[in-house]
Design a protein around this ligand. Structure first.
Ligand SMILES: C[S@@+](CC[C@H](N)C(=O)[O-])C[C@H]1O[C@@H](n2cnc3c(N)ncnc32)[C@H](O)[C@@H]1O
Length: 272
């Protein structure tokens, strides 16, 4: 059974453009506002602060700029798409062919992967490299304004690594909403690998580039129901990233546990 689509307007969000609003930026902003079911508030040369002041219920805004989408909140925090620390990890995979997540999941050419917690899409991009052009990587992001910013970045961000650029272009943002809802509507055995990387309670990385995702992203915990559905949807395995010290995995009946090389994170695996 399909879920009833959520059609409520988003009262906390608006879309605007860079301060110099060109017809092209306005057109993109209009389409985005319609997709996100929130207003497009034209800048008319003024600051975003003035728009926040005039619309006190709206806490977040997406700015359509020439090169990218920028998500901001009324406190001045910013979120935009970039490979960040994912760049070094990707380069390591290109150089060595090795990565604990890819090894644990067994991702290979032609596989279909569902990344249930897309975030910056750095791990989805790693999967896209591993599965190649004959494979498929779908991502799900609970926070729609995060998802659309990352979706735009996957299409446009250029790095010095051609393989990374190509892998980013192959990641598809399949759903803006909770993975619980998305999984419920997927047929049995429809992806080879289903992956989760929820936020950890223990903050492992002090990376400044990761902090905005922590602030704008959803911290909803994984549930046993979601894991059960993921096992149904996965043909081969379900992988959940967790901290070395967490015991959440056991509560879902996950017993296989593989630590990353530096031991800072572990992957829990359910194989079918
Ligand atoms: C730790 S980050 C994932 C980082 C990601 N692996 C990467 O490579 O950038 C967790 C992400 O999952 C999203 N998220 C949390 N709960 C979710 C849910 N129920 N459904 C879909 N996405 C969710 C958060 O908004 C956040 O963007």
């Amino acid at each position: 059974m399909q879920n009833a689509p959520d059609t409520a307007p988003r009262a906390y969000l608006f879309v605007t453009t860079a301060s110099r609003e060109t017809p092209a930026l306005l057109e993109t902003a209009r389409a985005l506002a319609a997709e996100l079911r929130c207003p497009l508030l034209p800048r008319h040369g003024g600051g975003v602060e003035a728009l926040f002041a005039a619309h006190p219920a709206r806490a977040r805004a997406i700015l359509v700029q020439t090169e990218r989408l920028l998500l901001v909140d009324r406190g001045g925090q910013q979120f935009f798409a970039h490979p960040g620390m994912g760049y070094l990890r990707f380069r390591h995979v290109v150089d060595t062919g090795r990565d604990t997540l890819l090894d644990v999941s067994g991702a290979g050419a032609g596989d279909a992967v569902l990344d249930c917690t897309l975030g910056f899409a750095s791990e989805a991009t790693l999967f896209a490299h591993a599965v190649g052009e004959s494979g498929l990587v779908d991502g799900v992001e609970a926070v729609p304004e995060v998802g659309v910013v990352v979706r735009a970045g996957l299409k446009s961000v250029q790095t010095k690594l051609p393989a990374l650029n190509a892998a980013m272009r192959r990641v598809r943002v399949a759903y803006l909403g909770s993975h619980t809802d998305y999984l419920r509507d997927q047929p049995d055995n429809s992806y080879d690998i289903v992956y989760f990387d929820p936020f950890f309670e223990t903050v492992l990385t002090q990376s400044e580039s990761f902090a905005p995702l922590r602030s704008f992203g959803s911290h909803s915990p994984l549930t046993a129901e979601t894991i059960r559905d993921a096992v149904r949807v996965a043909r081969r395995c379900v992988v959940v990233k967790t901290t070395r010290w967490g015991d959440a995995l056991e509560s879902f009946g996950i017993t296989e546990r593989v630590e990353s090389k530096n031991g800072r994170v572990a992957y829990g695996v359910i194989r079918k």
